[in-house]
Design a protein around this ligand. Structure first.
Ligand SMILES: [Zn+2]
Length: 111
């Protein structure tokens, strides 16, 4: 079905557009090529590209998205902790290097 070229009411080849409307937010549709440039210039050609998503699959997809968001949040939290650990190690290295450099100097006020 998708290999068949579709033409809008102006005779232009229709393009596949992602819908962001509430009713069809997960679906793409064939629309007028002028739609994305200026929707006021577009004709009202509208043919759904994607078949409707069965309800049981919507539940599975929403569950997977929820798990993905939780996993992403965990990854972000671990990344922040890892960055803090790296910063602490870097600060320790700087302190040790300063102690080594100033420790051998006669002008050192630390000792
Ligand atoms: Zn058109």
């Amino acid at each position: 079905m998708h290999n068949v070229r579709k033409f809008c009411y102006y005779g232009e080849e229709a393009m596949v557009i992602q819908s962001w409307s509430v009713d069809n937010s997960d679906r793409r549709f064939y629309g007028c090529p002028f739609y994305e440039r200026d929707s006021r210039l577009a004709c009202n050609f509208f043919v759904l590209f994607d078949p409707p998503t069965p309800e049981h699959l919507k539940i599975v997809i929403l569950g997977l998205l929820k798990k993905k968001r939780a996993f992403d949040a965990l990854l972000k939290k671990n990344s922040i902790q890892r960055n803090w650990r790296r910063l602490c190690v870097l600060i320790l290295i700087v302190i040790v290097l300063k102690l080594i450099v100033f420790g051998s100097s006669k002008d050192c006020y630390i000792m």
